[in-house]
Structures are given as C-alpha cells and as structure tokens.
Ligand binder design. Structure first.
Ligand SMILES: CC(C)(COP(=O)(O)OP(=O)(O)OC[C@H]1O[C@@H](n2cnc3c(N)ncnc32)[C@H](O)[C@@H]1OP(=O)(O)O)[C@@H](O)C(=O)NCCC(=O)NCCS
Length: 157
C-alpha cells in the first residue's frame, strides 16, 4: 500500500539515527501532555533523557520520515513493542500500520505489547492489526494508576 501524508509527501520507514531521537522524545512527551487520563510520572526532561544513542544499542527504533520531519517512531526489542507513537497531524493516515507491518517482518512469529486499558483508540488499532488481549497478563498495579493489558500478535502460519 502506498500512502501519502496530509502534506502530500511519502513517508519513509527507516532505522532511527541518534539525530532523530530528540524528535521522538518530543512526540511521546507531547502525547503524555495531551492525554487527560494519563498522569505524568517523569518530567519532560527525564523522559527525554532516555533517548540517548545507547537506546539504539538496546532496542530497534524505526522512524517514519516525511520529507525530513520525524512523524512517528516505534521501539522494539526481542519481539516486545515498547513504543509506537504517531505525531498528531499524521494519525489515521496509515503510518501506524506501516510501522507495525515492518515489525511483523522483523519478528514473523510473534509480537507483544502493553496498552493502557483507557487507550481505546490504540486498542482498536491493535485489534484491527491482528492483536488479541491475553487476559491473564492484565496489570492493575501500574505506576500511572491506569491498568495495562498485554496484547499479542501471532502469525497465522
Ligand atoms: C494508535 C496509533 C499508534 C495508531 O496509528 P495510526 O497511524 O493513527 O493508525 P493507522 O492510520 O495505521 O490505522 C488507523 C486505524 O486504527 C484505528 N484507530 C486509530 N486511531 C483511532 C481512534 N482515535 N479512534 C478509533 N479508532 C482508531 C482505526 O481502526 C483506524 O482505521 P480508520 O482510520 O480507517 O477508522 C496512533 O494513533 C497514535 O500514535 N496514537 C497516540 C499514541 C498512542 O496511543 N500510542 C500507543 C501506545 S500503546
């Protein structure tokens, strides 16, 4: 599928470089600030402090690059998806699916992630992309005070 972003430019999915990391930190920090039900457990600076070049040694980070602008990123290791965040102006244009499809190629057997129970939009998105909740892995005791659900995708093969 070829998608075009609102601005009419084609996104490129590529591995993140150290230079991309500050933009990734801004995307997740803005998401937290803009999400009413989600309380902040780390300051913007503390959270941005995780986006160092060492992160790229521990995890695979992919970005969606739209004409030089970082529109989205995912972070994954050992088939566990730690983060998928699309900047507000780029949501619901297929970028999340593009990034997940790339991860499914990299981890063809299985992918897992956790999602806040209150994040109805993301849960719908994951379900549409073939993820299912694993009820016994629900966590009611999170730092943020919002339960998380574990969701898993397994290849049909
Ligand atoms: C959830 C998220 C990753 C999905 O990525 P995306 O690029 O917006 O999703 P896509 O365009 O590939 O797919 C869109 C589909 O997902 C579902 N979806 C996404 N956002 C939705 C919303 N707000 N309400 C309902 N369904 C939604 C729908 O099925 C939608 O299809 P439609 O637009 O035809 O109805 C993205 O919206 C995002 O970054 N949200 C904020 C951060 C976040 O919640 N991250 C996940 C943390 S666990």
């Amino acid at each position: 599928m070829t998608i075009e972003c609102a601005q009419g430019r084609l996104p490129a999915i590529r591995p993140a470089t150290a230079a991309d990391l500050p933009a990734c930190a801004v995307i997740i920090n803005d998401y937290i600030d803009q999400t009413e039900w989600l309380s902040r457990t780390k300051s913007r600076d503390e959270l941005a402090g995780f986006f160092t070049p060492e992160l790229l040694q521990k995890r695979t980070v992919l970005v969606a690059d739209v004409g030089g602008e970082i529109a989205a990123y995912v972070s994954v290791a050992d088939g566990f998806l730690y983060a998928i965040y699309i900047a507000p102006g780029y949501r619901r244009s297929g970028l999340g699916k593009m990034l997940l499809d790339e991860l499914k190629l990299q981890y063809p057997a299985q992918l897992e992630l956790t999602v806040f129970e209150l994040n109805v939009a993301a849960r719908r998105f994951y379900e549409r992309e073939g993820f299912h909740e694993v009820p016994e892995r629900r966590d009611d005791d999170t730092e943020e005070g919002v339960p998380t659900l574990l969701m898993r995708w397994r290849s049909a093969a």
